[in-house]
Write a protein that binds this ligand. Sequence first.
Ligand SMILES: C[S@@+](CC[C@H](N)C(=O)[O-])C[C@H]1O[C@@H](n2cnc3c(N)ncnc32)[C@H](O)[C@@H]1O
Ligand code: SF4
Ligand code: SF4
Length: 371
Amino acid sequence: MSTLNRKISLVKNMLVSRPKGWQSLLYNSSMAQLKIASPLMSPVHVSIEPTNACNARCSVCETGKGDMRRKTGFLDKALYTEFLNKISDTTSTLLFYFMGEPFMHKDSYDMIRFARDKGIYVESCTNGDFVDPEGIIYSDINKLSFQIGGMDQETHEIYRIRSKLDKTIENIEKLVQLRKKYNNSSLEIEVGFIVMRHNEHQVKEFYSWAKNIGVDIANVIDPCARNMMEAYAYLPNDRKYWFYDEEAFNKGFLKPKKINNNECIWIWNSLQLTWNGDAVPCCRDTNGKHVFGNVFETSLNNVFNSEKAVKFRKQILTDQGNIDICKLCSGYGLPQINRTKSAEFTIKRDTLNLDKIPDHEKTISEAPNQK
Ligand SMILES: C[S@@+](CC[C@H](N)C(=O)[O-])C[C@H]1O[C@@H](n2cnc3c(N)ncnc32)[C@H](O)[C@@H]1O
Ligand code: SF4
Ligand code: SF4
């Protein structure tokens, strides 16, 4: 199907089924196509960061390598609840992670459940070390992705430093079993394999393992690098896993194979929030260089249409090549609208095992470079 036909069919389907947020998706996407930066309707897609702290030390991730310039902290549950009450009529999807390990926040399960009870589709992503499978079922999250770095501990921890593969696998297996028990859970379980030079020989093994354990999706993730040193260290030998242009690489710099030219429909429809409520354009702004405003201080709509947000979108339309965060990004297209309804089952909250979450203070004090 041609791109135009795909767009027409998407619009037709939306007009017929009218899922939550369809007016906003249609209006904001049209504004992007017309190259108009404002005023926009509230974004249908919101990402929020439960915490930017993590138990692991992945050496490309800003949190993991100690290059997180934002203060480390945890999302305030009361502010989050108040915020969700305000945005639940317009938000279709909530991505419940950004930098850091979402399940280091002891209230993650409750916060996800709160969003689910408001009819929002919720997804998250985890290293799996401290996930409580019962908490996941209780949370009623729609999709959870476990990310691993190898098929044995030695390989896994070359990149996923400090993460314990056997713990992650145990948690995935328990979750698969529990999901069978609560058979009206709508949970989709994904496993992701971050493919790098030291583990590319294990991709086949990863697929057959994933097939056997009963997850829904197995995904081999092309690796990101922030600079050439990291690229030399981690990019696989097999170029099919490369997100980067080989010719540019041979000349000594990183450039994605596909790069947007003065367009990014994603940020006309989505907003990324850090744990303290600051809004940044997207997940590429890991260190919060382009803060549009704060959603705990003013409304989501005000932030999305703030002077800084509009200025940023205008620069996308005219001078994207000079935006630092866009230089290593291919864009994310259109957010999906998922129809969803909340769970009909309940799990007693006191059965959840939250004791295994490590001490937050220890994690915070070890992260350098913070403002
Ligand atoms: C910053 S992590 C936060 C969530 C969680 N802590 C985790 O690692 O799954 C967000 C995503 O980045 C992915 N990631 C981390 N390092 C990566 C790399 N070098 N290349 C590609 N993806 C990477 C993780 O697998 C995860 O999907
Ligand atoms: S587990 Fe996730 S947040 Fe933690 S260091 Fe690795 S990539 Fe970063
Ligand atoms: S970094 Fe990517 S998603 Fe973010 S504004 Fe630039 S092109 Fe869009």
